[in-house]
Ligand binder design. Structure first.
Ligand SMILES: [Zn+2]
Ligand SMILES: [Zn+2]
Length: 397
């Protein structure tokens, strides 16, 4: 099959690789209809996140059609049109029982590689380095989905492929961030970052009842989407001296009730601290530029919540004392998609949620190296490049 592979830092290629196949009785093979870029891929493409091997197929946000089921699969059937969360769950361990699916204790065969860094390993993820399981990714014609009955969600006929695609990764990540904020009527939620995850966090905060949602970014086309597609207020941080000051003033001096940080370690920022971070990052003393995280901790009101969705490595200069003295709650996780996918598909089917506008750059899998270039440099208003490995199949609509 054809697939996009990582051959080294900033060295990607579309190659022919062995077909995805059933390995365990509960596996399913999905023919990938749509597969999307994700900002977290840039961490290993740029070399900040180790653990990719040359030839690894990557990509973890996808949907498609089931073409083969193992003998232990009971619910999923061949020809089902499904969306699959990016983290792999077993559905049966201590963490899965508590709906903490991305922390699954069963699905990471390379747990020993992760344990020294994290203390305890995370669950496996498709196409996202050897320490995260070494699974084949979705930028391919076919993908193996372990524990198919737990991880494949049938897409209702009212929801088209493109809308369903983002329920794999960007939407549940954003929704989980909003869920973490325990939103009450009247709340103001600020969202740092207007990429796909940030926009979906903002849309979710509205769905969950926030009175005001303020999206902070610097790219005009993204801020426009936040206003027109999500109905959020926006702030271009390059136009103000202090994001914290702006948020304080617009909330009557108290600050937002919650801040969702959806930028991560490749975030741009302004000010001296950012320059320090960049210098440290350049000499690899610090792998992150944690400016958005620090800003979030400073900007949120006392006793507020900061939901951290951006991917960071090991960060110094984290304002631990501020967290204590302001009485903050910090919540974070890789997405527990299996908890949220059914309700998100319902929101899509009823028209309460719109996602397809995230797919700014659809293209063939053969074009995917260019797709990552456009995505990485955010040129031409790119939010997500979406690849179409399989010929488009009828959706029943
Ligand atoms: Zn992702
Ligand atoms: Zn599990």
């Amino acid at each position: 099959m054809r697939a996009l592979v990582w051959n080294g830092v900033n060295d990607l290629a579309v190659e022919t690789v062995p077909d995805a196949a059933i390995v365990n009785p509960r596996d399913v093979v999905v023919q990938v209809s749509l597969s999307s870029t994700c900002g977290s891929d840039l961490h290993f493409i740029d070399g900040y996140l180790p653990g990719m091997l040359p030839g690894d197929v990557f990509g973890h946000e996808f949907m498609g059609r089931v073409v083969e089921v193992g003998p232990g699969v009971t619910r999923v059937r061949v020809d089902d049109r499904v969306v699959v969360p990016s983290f792999i769950a077993c559905g049966n361990c201590w963490y899965c029982d508590r709906e903490l699916y991305s922390l699954c204790d069963t699905t990471n065969p390379h747990a020993a590689a992760q344990q020294p860094v994290l203390g305890y390993p995370s669950g496996g993820i498709y196409g996202y380095t050897q320490p995260f399981g070494g699974y084949g990714g979705s930028h391919a014609e076919f993908i193996r989905v372990p524990f198919g009955d737990v991880n494949c969600f049938t897409v209702p006929p009212e929801v088209d492929d493109l809308s369903a695609l983002f329920v794999s990764d960007a939407v549940p990540t954003g929704y989980m961030g909003a869920d973490f904020c325990d939103i009450s009527p009247g709340d103001t939620v600020a969202v740092f970052g207007a990429g796909a995850v940030g926009l979906m966090a903002a849309a979710s905060a509205r769905l969950l009842g926030a009175e005001r949602v303020i999206v902070v970014d610097r790219l005009p086309e993204r801020l426009e989407l936040a206003r027109t597609r999500v109905g959020a207020e926006t702030l271009d941080y390059s136009e103000v001296d202090s994001v914290q000051e702006f948020l304080r003033e617009t909330t009557g001096g108290r600050g937002p009730d919650a801040v969702i940080e959806a930028v991560g370690m490749e975030g741009h920022g302004t000010g001296v601290q950012n320059l320090v971070d960049r210098a440290k990052q350049a000499v690899r003393l610090e792998t992150d530029r944690a400016t958005p995280l620090r800003e979030a901790v400073l900007a949120v009101r006392k006793a507020g919540t900061v939901a951290v969705l951006g991917v960071y490595g090991l960060t110094d200069s984290f304002p631990t004392g501020v967290v204590l003295n302001k009485g903050l709650t910090i919540r974070s996780a890789q997405q527990h998609g299996q908890r949220y996918v059914p309700r998100l598909l319902n929101h899509l089917a009823s028209g309460e949620l719109e996602t397809s506008f995230l797919a700014t750059h659809p293209m063939s899998l053969e074009d995917s190296v260019r797709g990552y270039d456009v995505f990485k440099h955010k040129t031409d208003g790119c939010l997500r490049a979406v690849f179409t490995p399989a010929p488009v199949v009828a959706t029943g609509r």
